[in-house]
Write a protein that binds this ligand. Structure first.
Ligand code: CTP
Length: 472
């Protein structure tokens, strides 16, 4: 296990601890990941004594600035790109109504037992006499080998102390392909109401980690089964289930959504594209309709879903910036490429798609391809080959017409000067007319043809052209 302590910072901490007369250990995620052969970034050091004092001494030795968080009894420094955090061993219980810990000094073992999972409570000694030896009083190594997530204490206590751990359990199960032991999973179900005391930012951080895992569906199924999803994102739960009328059922949109998320996860690391996949059909429950003639439909669910995105982002305290706009745009446009594929792939439809999607066209295509989850292999093959055709057309049309970042060749200023107009709605009418003509392929996307069309429209509107003062 000494191999895990190759980073020279461990030797430095070890010497400093000896000098301070305290015992120090590496603990938590670093140790877990070392055993799993996963790369890890942060190092956590637990000290039987003052974590802050040891951090300050190490900081002095290596010449690093130390950030001290006295409220939490922790301190942190950076050493050659690695974040090293120091904390005093604590026996700690949490105030039931907040995450604020009530802290008392404790031994290593007391500290280990108040951690979240046995696999996260593994510690390696930094004492000279048993340097690198493992301290594992709760069977963490056994659980690591068996891929199990188990709390060191009774799960009701561990989860109630810090309810975020319930989502962390699901997040680790998803990231590591581990199983939450049944008594622990039952405790999550029992304690789900305790989520209410958590800040949404922290919940969101865990959700993002689940979404960024190789197979996010694992996490969302567990969130659903445990009852946590109903509390975090009930709109997603509304996608569950199959209704049948006259013997006709529709697909389970929750299962479909998770399949799409897994599909997209296999093609991209883009978190926001993964969010778009998770929310792409979110408008379906609100638009579900049964007609005896045509069966089930979810008419306009793309549009309704897009409208729901800002509310969902607000509800989860996610950024209401361009990321939200991006997700909203993809949700709103997610049926467009497939509609193209099913109909004839005309230049003007491709041009409109390019215009609406702009620089996000490739992401939209990925989402749309991930959305094909039919079990009918022939159908999937046919759609995929049509997709290739659309991709080819997208390139051709963009080369020819450059509408991806469309800029109207006719500006408002030009219209005002040419027809001596004050700012008014007529300007918008002419600009829109020219834009539509370009997108429909009636004229090419260039100044000369656009100018001519503008003149024609202006004549129709009874406007009189003036000599142009300067070329615009
Ligand atoms: N921990 C805990 N309860 C929490 C959060 C953290 O007991 N709610 C403990 C665990 O021992 C964990 C350690 O603090 O291993 C460090 O926490 P953190 O950095 O959040 O997690 P890691 O296990 O390092 O994993 P990751 O970096 O993937 O989040």
């Amino acid at each position: 296990m000494k191999d895990f302590l190759k980073n020279e910072v461990f030797g430095i901490v070890s010497k400093a601890a000896e000098e301070e007369g305290v015992r120090a250990f590496v603990i938590g995620g670093f140790v877990r990941d070392a055993f799993l052969g996963r790369p890890s970034k942060d190092i956590d050091i637990v000290v039987e004594g003052s974590g802050i004092a040891l951090a300050k001494l190490v900081g002095k030795i290596v010449g690093s600035k130390v950030a001290v968080y006295s409220n939490f009894g922790t301190a942190m420094l950076h050493y050659k790109g690695v974040e090293v955090e120091f904390v005093g061993a604590r026996k700690e219980s949490y105030d039931r109504n907040s995450r604020k810990p009530v802290v008392e000094d404790g031994t290593l073992e007391e500290d280990q037992q108040r951690r979240d999972f046995t696999v996260n409570a593994l510690a390696l000694s930094l004492q000279r006499e048993d340097y690198g030896s493992l301290v594992d009083p709760f069977g963490g190594i056994r659980d690591l080998h068996n891929g199990l997530l188990r709390t060191p204490l009774d799960p009701d206590t561990t989860y109630s102390d810090d309810p975020l751990r319930m989502i962390r359990a699901i997040r680790f199960a998803t990231q590591l392909s581990f199983t939450i032991v049944p008594e622990s999973f039952e405790a999550i179900k029992r304690n789900k109401e305790r989520l209410d005391i958590l800040s949404l930012e922290r919940i969101n951080e865990e959700l993002n980690k689940i979404l960024l895992s190789p197979k996010p569906s694992v996490g969302f199924l567990l969130l659903e089964e445990s009852g946590l999803l109903e509390k975090i994102l009930p709109q997603l739960c509304n996608l569950r289930g199959v209704e049948t009328m006259d013997g006709k059922g529709h697909k389970d949109n929750f299962a479909h959504t998770l399949q799409v998320v897994d599909n997209i996860a296999s093609t991209t690391d883009n978190l926001w594209l993964r969010w778009a996949a998770l929310l792409h059909d979110i408008g379906k429950p609100l638009t579900k309709h049964y007609d005896p003639e045509i069966g089930w439909s979810f008419h306009n669910h793309d549009f309704v879903g897009g409208k729901m995105i800002p509310g969902i982002f607000r509800q989860l305290k996610m950024p209401l910036n361009e990321k939200m706009k991006y997700v909203q745009k993809l949700v709103q446009l997610h049926l467009r490429p497939i509609a193209l594929v099913q109909d004839e792939v005309t230049d003007s439809a491709v041009r409109r798609l390019l215009f609406d999607a702009g620089d996000d066209i490739n992401d939209l295509m990925l989402l749309c391809e991930a959305d094909i989850t039919s079990k009918n292999e022939n159908k999937v093959r046919r759609i995929k080959s049509n997709f290739q055709l659309v991709r080819k057309k997208l390139v051709e049309v963009e080369e020819k017409d450059r509408v991806r970042n469309f800029k109207n060749p006719i500006t408002g200023e030009l219209i005002m000067q040419r027809y001596a107009l004050p700012p008014c709605s007529t300007i918008g009418i002419i600009k829109e007319y020219v834009k539509e003509a370009i997108l429909d392929g009636i004229i090419e996307n260039n100044y000369e043809q656009a100018f001519q069309l503008m003149e024609k429209k202006a004549l129709e509107l009874g406007l009189t052209p003036q000599p142009l003062q300067k070329s615009l």
